[in-house]
Design a protein around this ligand. Structure first.
Ligand code: PGA
Length: 284
């Protein structure tokens, strides 16, 4: 398949449970000294505490999108410890992460709540950043595609076919995440990315997600290999992006994979700082 839908290459980092306000500000100041290569859409997911201050520190034309690492599916009200989609948006979020394995494992996030969050995010004009990923035991039995397909179909189950074009899906194998993880290779990732593409195409009558990203153990050592997969629209980074210098290194490394900017491809978020640009390479 050859697609000529100009798409940016997404490169983002979740700070997870890191950074005081001063540390967040220092990261942003350092990042702003770097000029983001054309065709790359950078994004940063601060902790909730730093979201608004990071938003205020970024110039309006920075081109850097912000997101929240979590938000509740319901409206404001009795949700101790949570924030609503509207609160996340008010604090500067354009993206809402959901379904990360750390939240599934430690905070009882389920397929049902991920589906509810995805629907709530879309209803607020936000981009759901839906993480799916299989544990090592599943990969070892060779059943990851069935496992991931079930997670994906559940996550998308409350969205209309038209909504699917808003969604970003991040494939994050659990065995690849974190300091004890083993980074995946493009050979391991490619069949999953193709499966995600196929499922979204089936559910949206031939459409595609806004982007399909890989995350888990991404580093300067494997970024180019991972981006060699034609269905991988970008990278979602943890540790390697926590220092601004590391994030900048990755943005620089990703530059050759992002084509020159093209216009008119971004749909309903046209007022956003997304930079159009990438053309999927042929897979046949
Ligand atoms: P990592 O985290 O890059 O530190 O492995 C990735 C993630 O959890 O998104």
């Amino acid at each position: 398949m050859t697609s000529t839908d100009g798409r940016p290459l997404w490169v983002g980092t979740s700070w997870k449970m890191n950074k005081t306000l001063a540390e967040a500000a220092a990261f942003i100041d350092e990042l702003l000294e770097f000029s983001v290569p054309p065709g790359i859409q950078p994004f940063v997911l601060p902790a909730h505490t730093a979201l608004a201050s990071v938003r205020d520190r970024l110039p309006l034309d920075s081109g850097i999108l912000l997101g929240a690492q979590n938000a509740h599916w319901g409206p404001e009200g009795a949700g101790t410890g949570e924030i609503s989609m509207r609160m996340a948006q008010d604090a500067g979020a354009t993206l809402i992460e959901m379904g990360h394995s750390e939240r599934r494992e430690q905070f009882a996030e389920t397929d049902l709540t991920v589906a509810a969050k995805a629907a709530a995010a879309v209803a607020h004009g936000l981009i759901p950043l839906i993480c799916i990923g299989e544990p090592l035991e599943v990969r070892e039995t060779g059943t990851e595609e069935q496992f991931l397909q079930a997670q994906l179909r559940a996550a998308l189950s409350r969205l209309s076919p038209a909504d699917l074009g808003q969604v970003i899906i991040a494939y994050e194998p659990i065995w690849a995440i974190g300091e004890h993880g083993r980074p995946a290779t493009s050979e391991e990732v490619a069949p999953v990315m193709a499966m995600i593409n196929d499922v979204v195409a089936e559910l949206s009558a031939g459409g595609s997600a806004r982007a399909v990203l890989y995350g888990g153990g991404v580093s300067p050592d494997n970024a180019a290999d991972l981006l060699s997969d034609p269905y991988t629209d970008g990278l979602f980074v943890g540790r390697a992006g926590w220092a601004a210098s590391g994030f900048v290194d990755l943005l620089r490394l990703c530059a050759p994979f992002a084509a020159a900017p093209r216009s008119g491809t971004m749909g309903p978020l046209s007022g956003s700082p997304e930079t159009a640009g990438r053309t999927r390479r042929s897979t046949s």
